[in-house]
Design a protein around this ligand. Sequence first.
Ligand code: ATP
Ligand code: MG
Length: 230
Amino acid sequence: MDSAPVQIELKTVAKTYGDHNVHALESVSLSIVRGEFIALTGASGCGKSTLLNIIGGIDRPTSGSIFFGGQDLAKLNDNDLTAVRATKLGFIFQFFNLLSTMTVEENIALPLELVGKSSASAVRKHVAEILERVKLSHRAKFYPSQLSGGEMQRTAIARALIHSPELILADEPTGNLDTENGTIILEMLQQINADDKLTIIMATHSLEAAAYARRNISLKDGLMISQIGA
Ligand SMILES: Nc1ncnc2c1ncn2[C@@H]1O[C@H](COP(=O)(O)OP(=O)(O)OP(=O)(O)O)[C@@H](O)[C@H]1O
Ligand SMILES: [Mg+2]
């Protein structure tokens, strides 16, 4: 582990889903340093999405704590948790989760509109820069239904980056793409991690995808079973 400060610290995080008493996470303790690129791997049902959702404040742990920027997310009220998500986090999902009635540029601008601090011209300029970065300037006015899968995921990456988050969470970002487009997305994530020193945590079934990360963490039945890398 390098000497950069710890950005995220999980202490004995557990998650039980009440309805069926499923122990999705047993007890996960983990320190993450700013600028890491981590892959969470393991079989279906091992707890990857649950862990990502808890780190991202989408879900709350049953017990344990998650320190992010000095705050324990498990103790924040809903409004404060929403504010952390809106300002500090970017999410990328397997099924892209783009809004079908909005164009590519409108989808990408959404996180800035939600935070509401930028003027219309600043938003336009910022969207144009990000579109260039994900090589989608020629698709700005397209709707999601008019895009290929790879283009949809590049739109989602742009949307995740637009508000300069401190952490990107990606849940199976290549799960719905062919190998060629999957590779483009993984190389893009790797580049963003290297250029922006932006922390990325990615859940994936695929060991080929996990190889793009610098640290691999394997889960089994809600427990971390091994770690490889920095
Ligand atoms: N809302 C819920 N209610 C009950 N059980 C749940 C709920 N969400 C997840 N689980 C259970 O928790 C366990 C972990 O689920 P999770 O979605 O984290 O797995 P995963 O590793 O992401 O799997 P996959 O690779 O299939 O996406 C699974 O056994 C799942 O059935
Ligand atoms: Mg999952």
